[in-house]
Structure formats: C-alpha cells, structure tokens
Design a protein around this ligand. Structure first.
Ligand code: SF4
Length: 180
C-alpha cells in the first residue's frame, strides 16, 4: 500500500492529504516531528507553517544548512483534527511508514522534535525535558532529542536557547566530533 492512500487509522478521515515527508533521501541529517498542522495538511509538506520557519532559521543559524540538505518527516503522516495530540494507536498505526523512512535514509543523525517523536524513537515514556541535552545511539548513528519548534514559539527564549544548543550538538556529530 502507498502512504498517500493509507487508511490504517482514523486520522485519514479528516486529512486533506497525507504529508509523507520531504528532502534529500540520501541526507545525513533527518528531522522527525509530531504530525502535520493545518498549513502542512493544505500544502502536503512538513514544517511549512510558523514552526517550520523557526526550524529553517535554527538550521541555518546553528548548522549552516538549509532544509534541502536534510530529510524532514513526522511521527504521524496525517493531521490530527484541531491540532490535537496524536493518540497512541494512531502513532502505532503510522510507525511502519516512519520505520521505512529511517531504514531507507539511514541518517547519521536524527533530531527528534518534541515528545512524540522522541518517545517513539527511543521507546521510552520519559519526557523531552529530561531526555534533551544528551546524544543517544540510534540504529548505528546518533539521535539528538530537542523540543518541538512550537514549544519554542510558545515558551520563548529559554526553550529556544536549549534548541540552539541541541542543534550545535548535532552539528558536532556530523562534523565528526561528538557521536554517541
Ligand atoms: S496517520 Fe499514518 S497510519 Fe494513519 S491514515 Fe495517515 S498515513 Fe495511515
């Protein structure tokens, strides 16, 4: 089955389209977020709203890169109605798509954005506030957890500063100086 026609969970009912992911399939850096918002659902692309603009800014300012050199995906590929949190059964139903993306791209570094992606990929119930600030081994590479950009948009300077340091941490790994 193709992702664009997937009906494996109830999120298919309210979506405009499946937002599978975007970027370079050979990228050494992959971002995994939560799920599409309204703008992402409309355009069919991940992180194109305000959160995406902040992601682009941090990527450029802390890592000197643009999104074209990365791959960007989400934990769930369809928009939860009203931007509610994805439910555990929805995350579980969508997992195989993300699993396939991770296997195909095989990034050197995965940056997880927020609780949902971090908990799913590290298979833990520990929250992002406790998990961030460290590097974790992940499928032969490294995983760097950080906050979702939406949290920085809500939470202001302190959250943003921590995100910046996490992006620098990821850059050090990619530069060969800081693997898990
Ligand atoms: S969220 Fe994932 S599992 Fe659910 S319908 Fe969309 S693509 Fe399928």
């Amino acid at each position: 089955m193709q992702a664009s026609t997937c009906t494996a969970c109830r999120l298919c009912e309210g979506r405009t389209q499946v937002v599978f992911g975007m970027g370079d399939p050979n990228a050494d850096l992959m971002f995994v977020g939560e799920g599409p918002g309204a703008e992402e659902d409309r355009q069919g692309l991940p992180f194109v709203g305000r959160s995406g603009q902040l992601l682009d800014r941090l990527l450029l300012e802390e890592m000197g890169r643009t999104r074209d050199s990365c791959y960007i995906g989400n934990t769930t590929k369809c928009r939860p109605p009203g931007n509610r949190d994805p439910q555990p059964d929805e995350v579980a139903a969508c997992w195989h798509w993300l699993d396939d993306q991770l296997e195909l791209i095989k990034p050197t570094v995965v940056i997880t954005l927020g609780n949902f992606a971090t908990k799913r990929l590290l298979d833990t119930d520990v929250g992002i506030t406790k998990l961030r600030g460290q590097v974790y081994p992940f499928r032969g590479g490294s995983l760097v957890p950080t906050f979702h950009p939406a949290a920085a948009l809500r939470g202001g300077g302190a959250v943003l500063a921590q995100m910046r340091s996490d992006f620098v941490r990821a850059k050090l790994i990619l530069d060969g100086a800081g693997a898990a």
